[in-house]
Design a protein around this ligand. Structure first.
Ligand code: GLU
Length: 545
């Protein structure tokens, strides 16, 4: 055995297979031409935020649009930054938003698919196998530099106005002989495993990013760390090994990784892998003080996906909105295909914004109003109840006490071809349903009417009120009251000769509406009165009088 082979055995006693065996175990996928294999690979270092949900949607749609595969990999190699429950929160969020994975990590003891394990902490031996192969080829080496030594080097580099890092003459362990390395390992000195970079800073690498276009950067010449002292891989090394073995065709990820692409391309080449295609998603932006800035996890509550759950935005609304900012022709497509599932949209990475999609809560509200407006009353009731149970117990009690009343409330003006758009989120519901559960305390009467006229209208209506009337009969009754009260039954007539009347039938119905609901604008009043019932309507008319 050569000294190098001895070193390899010493460093990687756990490795019993060769990279070739992994090639056989994880063969190329049999997919149709053009199918893309993509993934979402979050680190469980926090809760699900909008940026990750957005990137996950882009991956998901890419897989759906090409009959490909969307899988989940848990990148849990940074134990120090790991947050308890972080992985579960991300998985629950993805499911809640309908981003169902085709394969991958699902729970601590559950995963699906033939390309796993999909949790990086379960893949140590795989990384070691490839690190060992690189070492044997002379492309990797153990480095014993301590943090203090690296600090000294950095100080020197800064003083000499040199690039900082572990490269060239600064890569001090590069040329240690295998014999010396063996001695130091045996003496118990901690070490990392570094790549022996063949790169040259003065040469350029060029690659085509599917979102950002052609990018050119200097080659990587840093001897980057592949395995940390505890044998855990760095993100870079794990990315190359995993995305190769899981047969990822397109790496679609946040653009904070763009600067690492030269390292990644170099790793793929040195490992003998074909590199995937890259698409770097720009961060979601927000308008602030007339300018644009990144949506911030720290400053913006709406950066957390929990925000939308707490506010009661239907998952569908959030996803519809994210698509409108992902591909600007989505809205047009949606108009032409109102009933198609989102996964049928011909999503295209090339149509994504290079500068970062602008997120706007008002626009989300508009989208959400459209989504809620076309839902049926049973689903609305169901979703409102589920939301209220957790976030508004008082509302839950009111609605659950009489579920058919609740369904009745959400049925009003629903189902026609011009549905009302009162609700953007379930937290709008308490205000929306308020008058069903309590009598008005304020009466915003129409300003153009005198107190005496208002009283006359209410008295006249109370005298003829018939709870069995349908919408048409109800309005005919209002019209019939008009002449005696000095109001015009027809708006058109009234407009021709406004001075001849105190107002028109619309004003009369507004007075009744205000008396019953305390509002000038509500959905269909006749339906509201039917739901309230005769006694409540009479009580409210009297109270107003
Ligand atoms: N774990 C990395 C992150 O959360 C994954 C990046 C990637 O998709 O490659 O940022």
């Amino acid at each position: 055995m050569t000294a190098l082979e001895q070193l390899a055995e010493l460093l990687f006693p756990d490795v019993t297979v060769t990279p070739e065996e992994y090639e056989v175990q994880y063969p190329a996928r049999e997919l149709k031409e053009g199918a893309r294999v993509v993934r979402i690979a979050p680190s469980p270092t926090g809760y699900l935020h909008l940026g990750v949900l957005f990137t996950a949607s882009v991956n998901y749609l890419t897989a759906r649009a090409t009959d490909g595969v969307f899988y989940f990999r848990l990148e849990d190699t940074d134990k120090k930054r790991e947050v308890d429950g972080g992985a579960e929160d991300i998985l629950t969020g993805l499911r809640q938003y309908g981003l169902n994975i085709d394969e991958g990590y699902e729970a601590p003891d559950k995963e699906s698919g033939n390309y796993g394990p999909y949790r990086q902490s379960d893949r140590a031996v795989i990384y070691h196998t490839y690190a060992k192969a690189l070492l044997l080829q002379g492309n990797a080496y153990p480095c014993f530099c301590t943090a203090e030594e690296l600090d000294v080097t950095r100080g020197e580099q800064e003083a000499n106005k040199q690039r900082t890092g572990y490269y060239g003459k600064y890569a001090r362990c590069r040329d240690l002989s295998p014999e010396e390395a063996i001695e130091r390992v045996k003496a118990g000195q901690p070490y990392v495993v570094r790549l022996r970079s063949p790169g040259d800073e003065s040469r350029r690498v060029k690659f085509d990013d599917m979102i950002k276009g052609t990018i050119e950067m200097p080659e990587n010449d840093q001897d980057i760390v592949l395995l940390k002292t505890d044998g855990i891989p760095t993100y870079h090394f794990a990315h190359a090994v995993d995305d190769h073995l899981m047969r990822t065709t397109h790496v679609i990820r946040g653009d904070e990784w763009i600067a690492s692409v030269p390292v990644h391309l170099q790793l793929f080449r040195m490992l003998g892998f074909r590199a995937p295609k890259y698409a770097h998603v720009s961060p979601i932006m927000k308008e602030d003080d007339g300018g644009k800035r990144k949506l911030s996890k720290r400053k913006d509550p709406e950066a957390a996906v929990h925000y939308y759950t707490e506010q009661g935005y239907p998952a569908d609304s959030v996803m519809e909105y994210l698509l409108t900012i992902a591909n600007s022709d989505y809205e047009e497509w949606r108009r032409c295909h109102p009933d198609e599932p989102r996964s049928a949209f011909p999503f295209n990475l090339k149509k994504m914004s290079v500068s970062g999609a602008l997120f706007d809560l008002n626009k989300l509200n508009d989208v959400s109003k459209n989504v809620i407006a076309v839902m049926d009353a049973v689903s609305v009731t169901e979703q409102v109840l589920t939301w209220a149970q957790q976030y508004d117990p008082a509302l839950y009690e009111k609605l659950i006490a009489d579920r058919s009343m609740a369904e009745g409330i959400f049925s009003i003006d629903r189902g026609g071809n011009k549905p009302r758009k009162d609700l953007a989120k379930w937290s709008d519901v308490p205000a929306y349903v308020d008058y069903f559960f309590r009598a008005p305390t304020e009466y915003p009467w129409p300003e153009n009417l005198q107190k005496g006229d208002i009283r006359a209208i209410l008295n006249a209506y109370a005298a003829v009120y018939d709870p069995t009337q349908d919408k048409q009969e109800w309005f005919n009754t209002i019209k019939a009251l008009c002449p005696a009260l000095g109001f015009c039954p027809e708006v058109k007539e009234y407009k021709k000769n406004p001075d001849a009347y105190k107002g028109h039938a619309g004003d009369v119905s507004t007075v009744i509406r205000v008396a019953i609901t305390g509002r000038r604008n509500t959905p269909d009043l006749c339906s509201i009165m039917q739901l309230l019932g005769k006694q409540t309507v009479l009580d409210r008319l009297n109270a107003a009088l």
